[in-house]
Design a protein. Structure first.
Length: 552
DNA sequence: CGAGTCACG
DNA sequence: ACGTACGTGACTCGA
């Protein structure tokens, strides 16, 4: 592990043989790492912070992470150190693989590398990092990204490190019984499908399934195909064929259950950490071009919730004894941001009225009193509101509402008549992207959109939708990051026992000591609601429970 | 290792 | 005549 200080010195911490030597070294470096007046520089510092935490050292003081800095400078690119070194320093560092071998089971431990080799690697690592810092920091400042870096991204690193280390407990018994049920159901569906098809085949193979449905059973003479000339067999297509043949609904159910089994129910238990007995996701702070986080190994940001059977999996995420889950989420944050950023008076008024926003939209675009809005009208308005955030097109909306292009266009025209400021704002975002080459979030995060000048209208259309969506999605990401930092700081300074454990884009989940529940709930709601002052309030919904299902 | 599919916000 | 809703990660198949 290597670190740099302001003076550019490389530090090597080797992994000593004896316990005594380890302790000596730790006590030498501890005052440095724990000194809040010393700014630490590193590449992917979340990792280093965790290694040090394993040795009981808490890294304090400001951070400057070159990976994160480059993410802010070039959010669409990749940020690993060798790549950065090659493109900014014209120098190819020693690959870690040359010391410990390729990734996989045979990858050696750092401890097995001879100390002289290790030293060379470590010193180079610190040197490269420091040189990158010297290049990136001025760019961050001149790019108007200093506040975002100093106040949000760099402080967030420690928050994420702690959340990852906290992890979340899984009820393995619960998952086991889900597994048994799923396996049974899958086997019987399999048999039914083979009977209905009149032959056995691999249902999980889109190619084989397509051939069965569209050649053997001839369920659609005009079946559409992919670029690779396979039949499309996705859910949307299959749904439309439900009435054509009883095999369809069986296949859909089979697909759904297989997904649950392989992606969640069977996979999650394998990722329980032997030492902690918990699941530790890792958050990637530098992949999503809009500024969102992502989660992997496992991805805990896509645990099923929409469908009843999938939602059961959430019951297996449980707090420790004496604890309860608290979940708090921003209500309609992206649409609220559209209202705020566009300053559209009528959308602001709709939010301030306290009415259901989709019903209010429906009332306007369909020209009926709000209490005369039907479920169907509300549902369409909701789809339109989503479309607006994504950078609507009449084609896209018509696909989702299964209506004609003309009808969709009329709906959009009606929408813009109701919320004229939104139309003006969207045009302004695209104009800004053309003029500057990028768009920004409320906190100055940039996304470059070079394709905005493309002569190819498909490519250009994509950039135009990004010009509309990125400031919205990105501002929402900025806001929850601010809330996370403030909540984390307060939980530490006010000595809470509870832990922040998960973030799912607009939602935070806490494993709360039961005695702290009321206080923590107020703290979380306050900090989330007040992370930023908008023209309309940020609404925060919350729930508690003895598992994630109940709390959500 | 790309393609197809599908889980989430 | 084109072909698109925004952002991710994981699994399975099959060349």
């Amino acid at each position: 592990m290597t670190f740099s200080w302001e003076k550019g010195t490389g530090y090597l911490i080797h992994f000593p043989e004896s316990q005594k030597e380890t302790e000596t070294i730790l006590e030498i470096v501890r005052p440095l790492f724990e000194n809040p007046a010393i700014r630490k520089i590193g590449q992917n510092m979340k990792y280093d912070i965790q290694v040090l935490a394993n040795y009981g050292i808490e890294v304090k003081g400001p951070l400057f992470d070159t990976m994160i800095a480059h993410y802010l400078l070039e959010p669409d690119m990749r940020h690993n150190m060798n790549l950065l070194s090659e493109s900014y320093l014209g120098y190819s560092p020693v690959h870690i693989e040359s010391l410990i071998g390729e990734k996989g089971n045979n990858q050696k431990n750092m401890r097995s590398v001879p100390v002289d080799k290790l030293m060379e690697y470590a010193v180079e690592d610190a040197d490269v990092t420091y040189q990158l810092k010297m290049i990136f920091e001025p760019k961050i400042i001149s790019g108007g990204l200093a506040d975002l870096a100093r106040d949000i991204e760099m402080p967030l690193i420690s928050v994420l490190a702690a959340m990852e280390r906290n992890g979340v407990k899984l009820d393995l018994e619960d998952l086991k019984s889900i597994t048994i049920n799923l396996r049974e159901d899958i086997i019987s569906l399999e048999k039914e499908i083979y009977t209905l098809a009149g032959t056995e085949f691999n249902i999980s193979s889109p190619k084989q399934l397509g051939d069965i449905l569209f050649i053997r059973l001839k369920l659609d003479e005009k079946a559409r195909v992919t670029k690779t000339k396979q039949f499309i067999t996705n859910e949307e297509i299959l749904q439309r064929l439900t009435n054509k043949h009883p095999i369809i609904s069986k296949v859909l159910e089979y697909r759904g259950l297989k997904k649950l089994l392989s992606t969640y129910v069977e996979a999650l238990p394998l990722l329980v950490d032997k030492k902690t007995g918990r699941i530790h996701t890792s958050y990637n702070q530098a992949v999503a071009a809009t500024g969102r986080l992502s989660s992997n190994n496992p991805n805990l940001q896509n645990i099923p919730v929409r469908d009843a059977r999938g939602r059961e999996i959430r019951k297996a995420f449980v707090p420790e004894k004496g604890h309860v889950f608290l979940s708090a989420d921003y209500s309609q944050i992206e649409l609220r941001l559209m209202a705020h950023l566009s300053k559209d008076e009528s959308m602001i008024a709709d939010f301030l009225s306290g009415n259901d926003i989709h019903a209010a939209t429906a009332s306007k675009i369909f020209g009926v009193e709000i209490d005369k809005v039907t479920r169907e009208m509300r549902s369409r308005a909701k789809t339109a509101n989503f479309g607006i955030i994504y950078g609507i097109s009449s084609f896209g909306l018509s696909e989702r509402l299964t209506i004609g292009r003309k009808e969709a266009k009329d709906l959009i025209d009606g929408y813009f008549n109701s919320y004229p400021g939104v139309k003006i704002y969207m045009d302004e975002s695209i104009r800004k992207a053309r003029d500057l080459g990028y768009v920004t979030t409320m906190f100055g995060r940039k996304r470059y959109l070079p394709d905005i000048h493309s002569r190819n209208q498909v490519v250009r259309g994509n950039a135009e939708r990004n010009a509309i969506n990125a400031p919205i999605q990105g501002s929402a990401a900025d806001i929850i990051k601010i809330a996370m930092i403030r909540i984390f700081d307060r939980m530490k300074s006010e000595e809470y026992l509870s832990k922040m454990i998960l973030q799912v884009h607009d939602e935070l989940i806490f494993e709360t000591a039961t005695s702290e529940l009321e206080k923590l709930k107020d703290l979380v709601i306050f900090e989330m609601s007040n992370a930023v002052k908008l023209d309309i309030p940020l609404k925060v919904d919350w729930g508690t429970g003895n598992n994630w299902f109940e709390a959500h």
